[in-house]
Design a protein around this ligand. Structure first.
Ligand code: SF4
Ligand code: SF4
Ligand code: SF4
Length: 360
């Protein structure tokens, strides 16, 4: 079970054009140390705990220190890995000292959101519409100066299409990446994709071209890129650890909000998918397994089960593993998009397979 902390609710110092966090009506207060302690004690077996946001660093050094002090009590007993997902713009020497010196024993892994070179990153701006690119690059450099590697998370919009070569070249220029994850921008307004979004097939074509460049340029020797890694694993009959390509899905990633609400993966809205509230729990009778199975069988979670069941007769179910359930859930009232989602998965499988066969 992984635990995602909505550390600052949806509060953030940036105002990215595509951000869906700002539409969540959740408390903007920081998660309190007491709530965190109770949550970790109750959930108990946590493979990874991620400080997420909004922007987690926005709560400030003192409050973050207090939360890390709680986490330190459970590290390696009830928590395996500790991670931070940040936009990177607030990172400075004080943060480096806190995260990587004072708490060096926690082996914190950091990942930074960056959509690519300057133009591709232009949807990530602050409230005055000032771009964040330079601040994010400086964060990578500051980490590098301190000998720290960082993951890189890109959201790919339609502006990336046709620019795969430039994107891969840009990735190759960052020396201290520990991994890359390329997510699609699939924002839905009035049941249609937003004007900045790409279609599932466009995303599949982008990934397929990136994969070819990734292999040809030798970038694969330096860093793993999802979903390329998972697709190659599945084609080689290996298991993927990435939820999009495995059946370890949304209920394996619980989210904690500052008011104590718990939901599955935060790609799913808290309004529709809230499971329970930690503050309302009687600790003596707490049975997480039962709460989750009740939600999956009789509650909102059943909507997600239906999405998996809908794949029963699909010829590539073992490869696709039903994809990202939030994407399919938000496409549910648009038949064309749902069909395109599945066609894109076929395209990914076939294009990767062809590339592999052509090289043998
Ligand atoms: S950095 Fe993340 S939370 Fe902040 S506005 Fe951008 S997408 Fe939203
Ligand atoms: S909503 Fe998507 S990204 Fe989140 S856990 Fe489910 S499958 Fe994974
Ligand atoms: S391609 Fe479509 S039907 Fe097949 S497993 Fe994936 S999501 Fe399900």
């Amino acid at each position: 079970m992984s635990l995602i902390l909505k550390t600052s609710g949806s509060r953030c110092n940036l105002n990215c054009v595509y951000c869906f966090e700002k539409f969540k009506e959740v408390s903007d207060k920081a998660i309190s140390p007491e709530l965190l302690r109770k949550s970790i004690s109750l959930i108990s077996n946590i493979s990874s705990l991620t400080f997420h946001g909004g922007e987690p660093l926005i709560i400030g050094l003192k409050k973050f220190d207090d939360l890390l002090a709680v986490v330190a009590d459970f590290y390696q007993k009830q928590i395996e890995y500790i991670r931070i997902q940040t936009n990177g713009t607030l990172l400075n020497n004080d943060w480096i000292n806190l995260l990587f010196h004072k708490y060096s024993n926690l082996n914190i892994e950091i990942a930074i959101s960056l959509d690519g070179y300057r133009e591709l990153n232009s949807l990530r701006t602050d409230f005055r519409k000032k771009e964040s690119f330079d601040a994010v690059i400086n964060a990578f450099k500051l980490l590098d100066k301190n000998g720290i590697k960082a993951g890189l998370l890109s959201v790919i919009s339609k502006y990336a299409l046709g620019n795969e070569k430039k994107y891969i070249k840009f990735l190759s220029s960052i020396s201290n990446m520990s991994f890359v994850k390329i997510n699609p921008l699939f924002n839905i307004h009035n049941e249609e994709l937003s004007s900045d979004s790409l279609t599932p097939t466009e995303y599949a074509l982008f990934i397929s071209k990136c994969m070819q460049l990734y292999i040809k340029t030798g970038l694969y020797k330096k860093v793993a890129i999802e979903p390329i890694l998972s697709i190659l694993q599945k084609l080689n009959n290996k298991k993927s650890l990435y939820c999009n390509y495995s059946f370890q899905k949304c209920f394996q990633h619980l989210c904690l909000y500052p008011n104590g609400d718990i939901s599955p993966c935060d790609c799913l809205s808290i309004d529709s998918f809230k499971i329970f509230n930690i503050n309302e729990i009687n600790e003596e009778n707490f049975n997480l397994k039962k709460i989750l199975s009740d939600n999956i069988n009789f509650g909102a979670g059943n909507e997600l089960v239906k999405l998996i069941t809908a794949c029963d007769n699909c010829d590539i179910k073992d490869f696709c593993c039903s994809g990202c359930l939030s994407q399919r859930f938000y496409f549910r009232n648009n038949r064309k998009l749902l069909d395109d989602f599945c066609e894109a998965k076929h395209l990914l499988k076939n294009s990767f397979k062809k590339f592999k066969n052509d090289r043998l």
